[in-house]
Write a protein that binds this ligand. Structure first.
Ligand code: HEM
Length: 226
C-alpha cells in the first residue's frame, strides 16, 4: 500500500550525504584491513602510519558530528531509544525509504562504530607493537598498563570486525528484504525523496577541510612530538 502511494507521490533527488561523510566512510573500507594486514604481515611502521591516518579521520568525523552538515550531526541522528526500537520492529517490512539521514536505529549503530574506531585509534597510541615501534604514548605507561591497553587494542579490533560485518549484513537486509537501497546514496550522496521533504542543511567543504586539518595536526603532533 505504502509502495503504491509512493508511486503517486512526486519524488525528487535530494543531496542527503555530503562529500566529507562519504569520503570518511569509504576510506574506512581499505584502511581497516590495511591496518590489520600490515600488523600481521610484519610491517608495524606502516601499521602506525595507517593508525595515524585513521585517528585523524575519526577525530575529523567527531568534529563533523558537532559542526558539520545536518545529516552528519550527532544531535540530529541520535533519536530517542523508543524510536530506534519502533524502527527495528519494522526491519523486515518492505516500505519506501523516506529517511533524510540515518534512521532512528542506524544512528545508534553509527555512534557505536565511531566509538569503537576512536577506542582503536587511541589505544594504538599507547600500545606495544611486537618487533616494531611502540605507540608514541606507550612510554608514559608502566609495562602492566601498556600490556593491558595493547590487549584492549587487539580485542577491540575483533569487535570492529564483527560490528562491520553486522553493519554490512543489516545493509543487505535493507536492500533485499526492506527493499531500500542505502548504498547508492552513500556513494552518490543523493536519495529520491518526496518533493515536500525539507532538505538538510549541508555545511561548506571549506569548513570540512579546516576541521580535517585540525584533526590531522592533532594526529601528526601525537605521531612526531612524543
Ligand atoms: C561493503 C562494505 C560497506 C557497505 C556496503 C556499507 C554501507 C553503508 C551505508 C549504506 C551506510 C549509510 C547507512 C544509512 O543510510 O544510515 C553506512 C554508514 C556507515 N558505515 Fe558502512 N558500509 C560498509 C563498510 C563499513 C565499514 C568497514 C565500516 C567500519 C567500521 C563502516 C562504518 C560505517 C559508519 C561509521 C557509517 C556512518 C557514516 C557516517 O555517518 O559518518 N562501514 N555504511
Amino acid at each position: 500500500m505504502a509502495l503504491r502511494n509512493r508511486q503517486k507521490m512526486v519524488m525528487l533527488p535530494m543531496q542527503v550525504w555530503d562529500l566529507p561523510v562519504r569520503l570518511f566512510h569509504w576510506l574506512l573500507l581499505p584502511l581497516l584491513p590495511a591496518a590489520y594486514l600490515t600488523m600481521k604481515g610484519g610491517y608495524p611502521a606502516v601499521h602506525l602510519i595507517i593508525g595515524y591516518v585513521l585517528l585523524a579521520l575519526v577525530l575529523f568525523r567527531v568534529l563533523w558530528g558537532l559542526f558539520g552538515s545536518d545529516t552528519a550531526r550527532f544531535a540530529q541522528f541520535l533519536r530517542r531509544p523508543a524510536a530506534a526500537v519502533h524502527h527495528l520492529r519494522r526491519l523486515t517490512v518492505a516500505e519506501p525509504d523516506n529517511e533524510v539521514g540515518h534512521n532512528a536505529a542506524g544512528g545508534w549503530m553509527v555512534l557505536f562504530m565511531l566509538l569503537l574506531l576512536l577506542v582503536q585509534a587511541v589505544t594504538g597510541l599507547f600500545a606495544h607493537h611486537k618487533g616494531g615501534p611502540d605507540g608514541p604514548l606507550a612510554k608514559f605507561l608502566g609495562d602492566t598498563a601498556a600490556g593491558l591497553v595493547t590487549n584492549v587494542h587487539g580485542a577491540n579490533f575483533k569487535l570492529i570486525f564483527f560490528a562491520a560485518a553486522g553493519h554490512v549484513a543489516v545493509v543487505a537486509v535493507y536492500l533485499f528484504i526492506k527493499k531500500q537501497n542505502l548504498i547508492r546514496p552513500m556513494v552518490t550522496g543523493k536519495k529520491r525523496l518526496p518533493a515536500a521533504t525539507r532538505a538538510p542543511r549541508l555545511r561548506s567543504r571549506l569548513l570540512a577541510l579546516l576541521l580535517l586539518i585540525v584533526a590531522g595536526v592533532v594526529s601528526a603532533t601525537l605521531a612526531t612530538q612524543f
